[in-house]
Design a protein around this ligand. Sequence first.
Ligand code: AMP
Length: 416
Amino acid sequence: MSFTTLGLCEPILRAIKETGYTEPTPIQKQAIPLILEGKDVLAGAQTGTGKTAGFTLPLLQTMMDTPIQKGKARKVRALILTPTRELAAQVAESVGTYGKYLPFSHTVIFGGVGINPQISRLRKGVDIVIATPGRLLDLSGQGAIDLSHVETLILDEADRMLDMGFVHDIKKVLALLPKKRQNLLFSATFSNDIKKLADNLLDSPVLIEVARRNQTTAQVEQVVYPVDKARKRELLIHLIKDNNWKQVLVFTRTKHGANKLSQQLDKKGISSAAIHGNKSQGARTKALADFKAGAVRVLVATDIAARGIDIDQLPHVVNFELPNVPEDYVHRIGRTGRARREGEAASLVCIDEKELLRAIEKLIKKEIHKVQIQGFTPDPSIKPEPKKQQGNSRSRGRRSDGNGKAVGNRERNSRR
Ligand code: AMP
């Protein structure tokens, strides 16, 4: 099946051709015809499946099928909500790419940057708005955006939006939209909360699902490297240098951990940058751009900051620490092996993370291959640290190696 059979117009097909895609991915094959029919869709698809094009292409086509607006009088016809600024920026980039030869204008709206440029951009008239909910509501509160002509609403990574506590904001946004509209809800997972949201939002939706819930993408090779906690950094450096990895996304559990690791890698001659929620939007955008351009070899990120990061051909993802929540593992490794390219996801696992690893393996219904790197065999005399309080509070513990010397620094932190 090629894109030409999907009912997309020539300027869209031309833009697709320029990206180099030869055939639609499974989610695109399913979603595009349904969306073009005007159906409400509930789609289960993770990052990496081609979901963004799955909703952007038919959205653009649908908009082409009705009269085109011009100039300042343009009304916002499509609203795409995303949980994070990074994802909003990336979706906007896709809208720009696929809509390159179309007469639509779009803009991206998120917090953490000045509001005035966004207000002036909106004044000039836009057809498509890609936004995170908070800033969108601010703008609406100031009368800077009129959402009463929205024809299509898309919620991207809806599960993440709920996880991040956006449910009330979403409801407030819904109240600003006209009753009659098309709704598309994309989510990697289907919790009860998502089902509830879908019930309220969607009108006789068609359910489509690609990679089944919590299944890791098949083309990602997963491996666990057992190692003592205190030697993880050394092992990471060894892996990067020995295998000559060029573009590595490394996950840490905490912002502090991300900064520290990035600095340590730099000291060892491995160029790196950290991205997390404490960094300014400018710093995050720059770090991501440097990483994409190959100017920075390692990007160290926390789960939140990395959400939705879309980098073509990202070959290596490393879990420096396993996530506290098993589902985050699936999200993390979804950053590699995108759209039929092979990827590798490595997890550095110390004795304290055995339980987390078990929970992940249970979730993905598969045992992850363990590889012991020579020279990094865990010291059998090191026992697991006693469990510390879990949850949102940060607690640290030190463990003694028997000589009174601290060998481990346990850091538990909330993941958001
Ligand atoms: P997404 O799931 O939207 O985050 O997309 C994942 C990646 O797949 C992006 O880098 C897209 O550029 C790429 N992609 C989307 N559609 C296709 C396609 N039909 N063929 C090849 N790559 C694609």
